[in-house]
Each structure stands twice: as structure tokens, then as C-alpha cells.
Design a protein around this ligand. Structure first.
Ligand code: NCD
Ligand code: ZN
Length: 342
């Protein structure tokens, strides 16, 4: 069988990304913007983004951090159950969607919603539905950690049923149940991360504990990973790539009380090419990493072609800027594909 030595990806989009702020933003921003043409940026800063003023100034800081690259930051705001219709109408053109977090379920989500009851969420959801603003959801209950996403399925269903015109994105799905739910409601879509296509709980905690693979939702069972991978490899039309690259300072990962989040920005495209090649599905990669998101969100991304070549990429042990140090997934390992320098 012939084996490829180069591969091109057009207009790669990362539809779930944490860019943080300040020096961390300056460090990690370019590690996405030099390869992706756009990304959906999460609003879980401290404090979270809930006002137009905070949103616009964050957009400016992202632009400044990524200024050398062709890159669009599609920002989101942090869901509040009592956003007024007027506020949402006014902010609509500046955002790509609104991210809903159950309170305390993940990093910086303490001010999330304390009830997932549709009636409690109705005021904001009704306005979003009327205005055509997509809803991105971190779908986990506070039940047993391996069951949190599965237990959230009825909540996704209740929102999907109550608001048939609302575009809902199940963020970073990790289970077979979530893949199956995509088929049931027209208005449900999903993102999946890099790590959840590759690892299971065994990789996180089956041997020595691997803090750099610890994230929320936690990686699940082999059959879950298989279902996610099968959906990604066929570029399921309702599934988008969203890395959920979530950098934390090295000392917060390698510590007693490890922060949740896997940092994948600098390796994402290289690993995706390797994975899709391994399964003979490279012809589906551009749909998974760009075209599905363009269709689902109605985006017209800036033109940007990333060329990869089959040559070793030694993943740096860390990335540094001033006092910030972050460790990427696969640190010090050798990947088969690297990004071609122009
Ligand atoms: C994310 C973070 O660090 O902001 N962490 C994670 O484990 N994925 C938040 C999130 O997306 O849950
Ligand atoms: Zn996230």
C-alpha cells in the first residue's frame, strides 16, 4: 500500500478552545492561531465573561496575542439564566454562542447554573432561540464521575424538545450514549476532543497517575472511545472537532489537587493526521476539522492551508513565556507528522 508523505488541511477550525488571559494567553494563543484559521473560545475566565464590555476587551487581547496569524477568534459568553432579550440582541453579532456550565462542574464554573430545570433556564433559552444564538453545554451532572455525562442525556433531551429551534452543541462528548443521542434530535450537535478519541480512563489512572491526561469530562471506557472514534472517522455530519485544549500552569497539574484540562493545541493537527491515516480515513479529515463546523455554525473562515509532512516532530517537554510554563499532551514523545514550515 502506498504511504503518503504530505497532507494538506484547509481552514482548520477548533470549535472548543480555552485561551485564558494575560501571559498565558500570550503563550498559548499563537500555538493555536499559527495552525488553525479560527476557534470557538470558551468564556470561563476569572471572572467569567458575562458583559459586552468584558467580551470586547477579551477579543482585543486575543487579537493582540495572535496578531501575526490569519485567525478568527469566535468568542462566547458565560450562560446566565436571566440574560434579558435586549442584552442578547445587542451582543448577538459579537458572539458565536453562549456556554452553559452547571455550577462547579469544571474549572472556573462556580458561577454556572445551579438548576438544569428547563423552566429555570427558559428566559434566556427562549431569547437565544428567537435570536438564533447557539447554546454550547458542558453536559455533566454531579453524580458518580464515570456516569455524569450519561446522566445528563435526559437533560439534553428536555432542552432539545422544549426548544426545537435552538441549536444545541453537546460539548466534548465522551460516551457512546452521547453519540447515539445525536441521531434523535435534529437540533443536537456535538464536539469531540483529541484526547477522547485516543485515551480511556486506563491511560489516566490505570497505571501511574497521569495528570496531563486528566480532564473533565474524564476519559471513559474502551467502548465509548470506539464509538467516538467511529463517528469522527466517518466525519459524522453533526460532529465537529473541538480540542478543549485547556492549559494550566505546570505547577497546577503536577500537584496534589491536579487541575482538569489537557493541553493539545500544539499537537492537535499532527495527531489527527496520524490517527485518520492509521484508519485509512484521511479523506474525511477536512470535514471533521472544518466543513462540519462551517455548516453547523454558518461560518465562512479565512483561507488557510496547513501542510503537514511525514517527518518526526519531537513534542517539546513544555512551552514557556515569562513565568508561565505549560506541558502539552505527548510531551517528549515523537509524532510521525509535523507541520511544514513555509
Ligand atoms: C476546562 C478548563 O480547564 O477550563 N477543563 C477541562 O478539563 N476540560 C474546562 C472544561 O471544558 O470543562
Ligand atoms: Zn472546555
Amino acid at each position: 500500500m502506498s504511504s503518503l508523505s504530505t497532507f494538506e488541511i484547509n481552514e482548520p477550525l477548533d470549535m472548543h478552545l480555552h485561551l485564558r488571559d494575560d501571559d498565558m494567553l500570550k503563550l498559548v494563543g499563537p500555538l493555536t492561531s499559527n495552525t488553525f484559521t479560527g476557534a470557538l473560545i470558551m468564556p470561563n475566565l476569572v471572572p467569567p465573561i458575562t458583559t459586552k464590555e468584558a467580551l470586547l476587551s477579551y477579543k482585543d487581547r486575543i487579537k493582540e496575542a495572535c496578531k501575526d496569524d490569519i485567525f478568527d477568534a469566535h468568542v462566547t459568553i458565560f450562560f446566565q439564566a436571566d440574560y434579558s432579550y435586549e442584552f442578547l440582541k445587542d451582543i448577538k453579532e459579537d458572539i458565536i454562542g453562549i456556554k452553559l456550565y452547571p455550577a462547579g462542574i469544571t474549572t472556573n464554573s462556580e458561577t454556572g447554573v445551579s438548576s438544569m430545570d428547563v423552566e429555570v433556564l427558559r428566559p434566556t433559552l427562549e431569547s437565544m432561540s428567537k435570536l438564533g444564538i447557539p447554546l454550547c453545554i458542558h453536559g455533566e451532572t454531579n453524580g458518580f464521575v464515570m456516569d455524569r455525562e450519561k446522566e445528563f442525556m435526559p437533560i439534553y433531551e428536555s432542552i432539545a424538545k422544549a426548544f426545537p429551534d435552538l441549536k444545541i452543541i453537546m460539548e466534548h462528548i465522551t460516551t457512546k450514549d452521547a453519540v447515539e443521542l445525536l441521531e434523535k434530535y435534529e437540533n443536537l450537535h456535538a464536539t469531540v476532543t483529541l484526547q477522547h478519541l485516543l485515551i480511556t480512563l486506563d491511560d489516566v489512572a490505570g497505571g501511574m497517575l497521569q495528570p496531563h491526561l486528566f480532564c473533565k469530562p474524564i476519559a471513559k471506557r474502551p467502548e465509548d472511545r470506539s464509538a467516538l472514534l467511529a463517528a469522527a472517522l466517518k466525519a459524522h455530519p453533526k460532529l465537529m472537532f473541538g480540542s478543549d485544549s485547556a492549559p494550566h500552569p505546570k505547577h497546577k497539574k503536577e500537584s496534589c489537587g491536579c487541575a482538569a484540562g489537557v493541553f493539545t493545541s500544539p499537537i492537535a493537527l499532527q495527531v489527527l493526521v496520524e490517527l485518520f491515516e492509521k484508519h485509512n480515513c484521511l479523506n474525511k479529515l477536512n470535514d471533521f476539522v472544518s466543513l462540519n463546523a462551517q455548516r453547523i455554525y454558518g461560518l465562512t473562515p479565512k483561507k488557510k492551508t496547513i501542510s503537514l509532512e511525514k517527518s518526526d516532530f519531537v513534542v517539546p517537554s513544555s512551552y514557556k513565556f515569562k513565568d508561565e510554563i505549560v506541558v502539552p499532551m505527548y510531551a517528549d514523545e515523537i509524532l510521525a507528522w509535523s507541520i511544514k514550515k513555509n
